[in-house]
Design a protein around this ligand. Structure first.
Ligand code: X8Z
Ligand code: ZN
Length: 632
């Protein structure tokens, strides 16, 4: 989705909400040029308006955008929902059409908003205008036909990704199944086969020879052109302008946070490589090399939780496996979602509406193509909230369900705000809500809801921390590099010839991983990850990882918890629910530091809560790694 205010589905293709608020985008760069395509009469009108816009003009304009957004947004969302849950020729046609209309109107509004750049205005109005300027996720240039071309490209990339399959042992296998296989298989040859075959999808052409790779390059050119017309250096700079600060300052902020948590990653990497070396031997896992990307239990090596058994500290392995417990206790997708709802209810949030259960898609339908990448939606700015997932009964999806429900409860909490403020305080906040809840899924909590029978004692703490580190800590450099790559692409530092080389350079530098086989410039490996063809920015997930622990620490303090953070569950704490809601209901109506302060008391994103959470594991890892030559 191109226009942020319509973009309620979180994580949905073609319907991606972005937080587009910035009080720091370069005013000088934002000229008052009318789109080149505007007819003369409109030009004259615009010039007349440019002459002396008043506060009343600004108020009228904002009201017009709000009304249009409300109406068109619901219309857009319902089409996007049908397309995502029923991908075929006609729904692709519909989404392309509505997407085009959205982008055209969004760009028109963004250009119009610049008229008020020099006008003294109350803070709330200024903020709404900034939201309008940054509201188009991928702005098309204003010339006729450009928005339609961009929409066609995006629909094609999205559909190619979501319907992509590979041939394995004589069968066509979809990605959702491949993801599970990557977590379970331990045969390096088979892993390599799945890994490389999945990466054929971004370079496989359709009947007209379009590939995700060729479309991506065209998308970059168009979006940059559109971003420049709006006054941004490029589309990457526009994306970095959504954080209530200057885009360069934001890039530095990401690096600062990474610097805080990098020691955790370095120790984990060193330890996991040594464990993998024991499992696979020197040939497959040499101790002085980056780790082979297909051995980490995940299609993208982004989280390593599937290596739990292999990485568990000696004698500290928790006595249960959540996937096994879910299966043996007879959980199905619905029961997992009900469990997630139960957690939010325990904090004092209203139960999900009946329509959530009637209209959500929580398992994969067998009879049609759907977009399986999980997402959460609000279709009517009110209570028509839903999730869309191809839920599997396992620990990964138990976590993802909580993640998605976090989006829904946030959407519901800020529904009384202006539609221009109906999004996260920043993108990281929206992704961190359900993730904070996940940290409260402690053994004590699991026992309370009957999912496990025995709570492992303190001797298993390192094992519990390891489980969490393989998810959260392992994710950090991946979360960071996705958009580092994209920023380089949008700035022109990388070109289609160097897309793949640049990708692997970052993967090696930040994650310390390498491809199982040589990857030439003909490939487009970033295109094998949903958010690249989907144009969903990724910095939000890196920030969410930081905020998740910051929120958890604050929540545990509010709940009066005094033990170690990893044993704290805020399940049942109405006090936490109330303070949490105070932040959620603000949406994006104020700069994010205010929202952060409402819940945590702090105005800075801070990685130290994450370090504090993992401190016992960090100490242990340092001991284990003594004498090893870490790094790559
Ligand atoms: O895309 C998602 C969510 C939807 S917003 C399922 N996540 C990222 C990913 O899958 O890569 C959640 C964690 C990171
Ligand atoms: Zn999400």
């Amino acid at each position: 989705m191109k226009y942020r205010h319509i973009a309620r589905p979180f994580g949905a293709f073609a319907a991606v909400s972005v937080l587009a608020l910035s009080v720091a985008c370069d005013r000088d760069a934002a000229d008052t040029e009318t789109p080149a395509s505007a007819p003369d009469s409109e030009m004259q009108e615009a010039e007349a308006e440019d002459a002396a816009p008043t506060q009343a003009d600004a108020a009228d304009f904002i009201a017009e955008v709000e009304q249009w957004t409300r109406d068109f947004g619901e219309y857009y969302s319902r089409i996007a929902w049908v397309q995502a849950t029923y991908i075929n020729y006609d729904t692709n046609w519909l989404i392309t059409k509505v997407d085009t209309e959205f982008t055209e109107k969004g760009v028109e509004f963004a250009n119009e908003a610049k008229r008020f750049n020099d006008l003294e205005l109350p803070e709330e109005m200024r903020r709404k205008l900034e939201a309008i300027k940054l509201g188009v996720n991928l702005p098309a240039p204003a010339r006729p036909g450009a928005a339609a071309e961009l929409a066609e490209i995006n629909t094609r990339m999205g559909a190619a990704y979501e319907t992509g399959k590979i041939e394995l042992d004589g069968k066509q296998v979809p990605r959702s199944e491949l993801e599970v296989m990557m977590g379970e298989i331990r045969d390096p040859a088979k892993l390599q086969e799945i890994w490389t075959k999945w990466r054929e999808v971004p370079v496989a052409g359709d009947d007209d020879g379009n590939t995700i790779k060729s479309d991506y390059a065209k998308m970059v050119t168009l979006a940059n052109e559109g971003a420049r017309e709006l006054g941004y250096a490029d589309a990457g700079a526009m994306w970095r302008s959504r954080y209530d600060m200057d885009p360069d300052e934001f890039a530095a902020e990401m690096d600062r946070l990474w610097g805080q948590v990098k020691p955790l990653y370095d120790e984990l990497h060193c330890y996991v490589r040594a464990e993998l070396n024991e499992e696979y031997g020197d040939d497959v896992v040499p101790l002085d090399q980056p780790i082979r990307a297909d051995l980490l239990g995940n299609m993208w090596a982004q989280t390593w939780g599937n290596l739990n058994d292999l990485a568990a500290p000696e004698g500290a392995s928790p006595s249960y496996d959540l996937t096994e417990q879910l299966v043996s206790k007879g959980y199905d997708a619905k029961k997992i979602v009900e469990t997630g709802e139960g957690f939010f209810s325990s904090l004092g949030f209203e139960p999900l509406p009946e329509t959530f259960w009637e209209r959500s898609m929580i398992t994969k339908p067998e009879d049609r193509e759907v977009a399986c990448h999980a997402s959460a939606w609000n279709l009517d700015w009110h209570d028509d909230i839903r999730i869309k997932m191809c839920t599997q009964v396992n620990a990964d999806d138990f976590r993802t369900v909580h993640h998605e429900l976090g989006h829904n409860y946030y959407q519901r909490a800020y529904q009384d705000k202006s539609v221009l403020f109906q999004t996260g305080a920043n993108g990281g906040f929206h992704e961190a809500i359900g993730d904070m809840i996940s940290l409260s899924i402690t053994p004590e909590y699991l026992k309370e809801i009957g999912l496990i029978d025995e709570v492992p004692d303190a001797s298993k703490d390192l094992g519990l921390l390891m489980n969490e580190a393989l998810e959260g800590v392992a994710f950090l450099p991946f979360g960071l590099l996705m958009d580092k790559w994209r920023w380089q692409v949008f700035s022109g530092e990388l070109t289609p010839e160097t897309y793949n080389e640049g990708w692997w350079k970052l993967r090696e530098e930040y994650q310390g991983i390498r491809p199982p086989v040589e990857r030439g410039s003909q490939y487009f490996d970033p295109g094998g990850k949903y958010h690249i063809p989907g144009n969903v920015s990724y910095e939000r997930y890196f920030l969410a990882r930081i905020l998740q622990f910051q929120f958890h620490q604050a929540a545990c303090e509010i709940a009066g918890w005094e033990g170690p953070l990893h044993r704290c569950s805020v399940y049942g704490s109405k006090a936490v629910g109330a303070r949490f809601n105070a932040m959620l209901e603000m949406g994006a109506s104020e700069p994010w530091p205010e929202a952060l302060a409402a819940f945590t008391g702090s105005r800075e994103m801070d990685g130290s809560a994450m370090v504090a959470y993992f401190q016992p594991l960090l100490d242990w890892l340092e001991e284990q790694n003594e004498g090893r030559s870490c790094g790559w």
